[in-house]
Design a protein around this ligand. Structure first.
Ligand SMILES: NC(=O)c1ccc[n+]([C@@H]2O[C@H](COP(=O)([O-])OP(=O)(O)OC[C@H]3O[C@@H](n4cnc5c(N)ncnc54)[C@H](OP(=O)(O)O)[C@@H]3O)[C@@H](O)[C@H]2O)c1
Length: 234
């Protein structure tokens, strides 16, 4: 039976790599982001669905529409997110809220919308892209780390709550990945292949999670480049 996966952040980076791999594996893929559309992948099993996940007021209605259009979804990969790094006092109050809205609260909203369907079907996979920033706080990462710690607590609790209903919840915590995540930031990874994870490496992990025997859950996966180098932009 064809599986249907919702992938947030499918227009770029990790989400795009996951969408590409799942399309290759025969999945029906619904890609969600602000700019995605059907032409993001020239593939008859790909559909784009636009939503701004930081607009929490509009999100419940967008999610209702999504579920009306796609009443059968059996897996979701949560890749949409943004980085914001600096000393706390450099951020506006609006920036603090917007990182939490996108990196944490919107993910909880989407999971909230999907869980009833997954429980009815007694199965469903959710893979969240956390970060190494979910594992320990570090300077200039106050709000980003907080958003990823929140996501980690959420996934741990949801796994405990839904495991008996056949739902599998996985959190993947990567170190630096070669994507456009760093475009608006003052730093990036080093230039050698050993300085960054490839988004395709994470896509492979997502496939492994989905292919795992249904009674086994991969709770959390941490991965990092073999050599971490932070390069500051001039
Ligand atoms: N790259 C890294 O080093 C790294 C390391 C650890 C964790 N992560 C996490 O991995 C996830 C994916 O990041 P990436 O590295 O793939 O970065 P990316 O290439 O910049 O992709 C970010 C994705 O999020 C979507 N997005 C951003 N704001 C959105 C919004 N308001 N509403 C809907 N979609 C939105 C973007 O699509 P649109 O612009 O089309 O909306 C894009 O598809 C993030 O959660 C990030 O925190 C990244």
């Amino acid at each position: 039976m064809t599986r249907t996966a919702l992938i947030t952040g499918a227009s770029s980076g990790i989400g795009r790599a996951v969408a590409s791999r799942l399309l290759d594996q025969g999945y029906q893929v619904i890609g969600l982001s602000r700019t995605v559309d059907d032409s993001t992948f020239e593939h008859d099993r790909f559909t784009g669905f636009q939503a701004d996940l930081s607009d929490l007021a509009a999100l419940p209605d967008r999610l209702s529409l999504l579920l009306q259009r796609f009443p059968i979804i059996d897996s979701a990969v949560f890749c949409a997110g943004q980085g914001l790094f600096g000393c706390l006092e450099e951020f506006s109050y609006g920036q603090l809220r917007s990182v939490m809205d996108l990196n944490f609260t919107s993910q909880a909203y989407i999971a909230r919308a999907l869980v009833p369907m997954f429980k009815r079907n007694k199965k469903g996979d959710m893979v969240f892209i956390g970060s190494e920033a979910a594992l320990s706080g570090s300077r200039k990462g106050t709000i980003y780390c907080a958003s990823k710690f929140a996501l980690r607590g959420f996934t741990q609790a949801l796994r405990d709550e839904c495991g008996k209903s056949g739902l599998r919840i996985t959190l993947i915590n990567p170190g630096m990945v070669k994507t456009s995540f760093f475009h608006g930031l003052s730093f990036t990874h080093g230039e050698s292949a050993s300085h960054a994870i490839e988004p395709e490496d994470i896509a492979k992990l997502v496939s492994t999670v989905f292919e795992m025997r249904s009674a086994t859950i991969l709770d959390e996966i941490n991965l990092s480049p073999s050599s971490t180098v932070v390069r500051f932009k001039s």
